[in-house]
Write a protein that binds this ligand. Sequence first.
Ligand SMILES: CC(C)(COP(=O)(O)OP(=O)(O)OC[C@H]1O[C@@H](n2cnc3c(N)ncnc32)[C@H](O)[C@@H]1OP(=O)(O)O)[C@@H](O)C(=O)NCCC(=O)NCCS
Length: 170
Amino acid sequence: METGIRVLTTADAAAFRSLRIEALRRHPEAFGASAEDAERIDAAGFAAGMPKQAPDAIFGAFAGDALVGMAGFFAHRPAKVRHKGAIWGVYVQAAARGQGIAGRLMQRAIAQARSAGLERLLLTVTVGNAAAQALYGRLGFLPYGIEQAALRLPDGRRIDEELRALDLRG
Ligand SMILES: CC(C)(COP(=O)(O)OP(=O)(O)OC[C@H]1O[C@@H](n2cnc3c(N)ncnc32)[C@H](O)[C@@H]1OP(=O)(O)O)[C@@H](O)C(=O)NCCC(=O)NCCS
């Protein structure tokens, strides 16, 4: 089935909530947020927390009516950091992986950042998350550091995160 990509609106809040909780539940080592916290927020709460102002956006990948993937993007606002933005919450359901969906979601977010005039697009990725590191590397995000023990999971595991940036100038 053809997968279409569009910006999520508050009308998608229930689907967004369910995909986000699935991502956090299945991949606790890949995200800073926790499934337990997300589960306490209802669909209206998710709607309230969705980006309100351009260029911030959550891009969703739809197979028919079903939301199967997402990538979030926001731009910083204060004067001295507004040349920068960040990617968050990149997730594609297991059954839909390996078809380039995350790549397409990321391309949309990168295009959004570029047309907003940003110079740098930042993200973090768990050290050892080979699929995500390959994806970001292919898109030109270069590592500039490692934050050790960036996350501490409920089971006590410490997770190191790689910091990556894409230079949007030129
Ligand atoms: C990372 C993720 C978003 C990729 O989604 P996807 O739609 O399958 O990604 P794409 O199909 O666009 O591209 C995946 C790339 O990773 C590669 N890849 C997949 N599994 C891999 C592995 N285990 N090791 C190395 N590379 C791998 C693919 O070959 C592909 O690269 P290519 O196009 O050069 O062949 C998805 O695996 C996912 O949701 N994982 C769990 C959550 C997560 O880790 N999110 C990222 C948080 S930073």
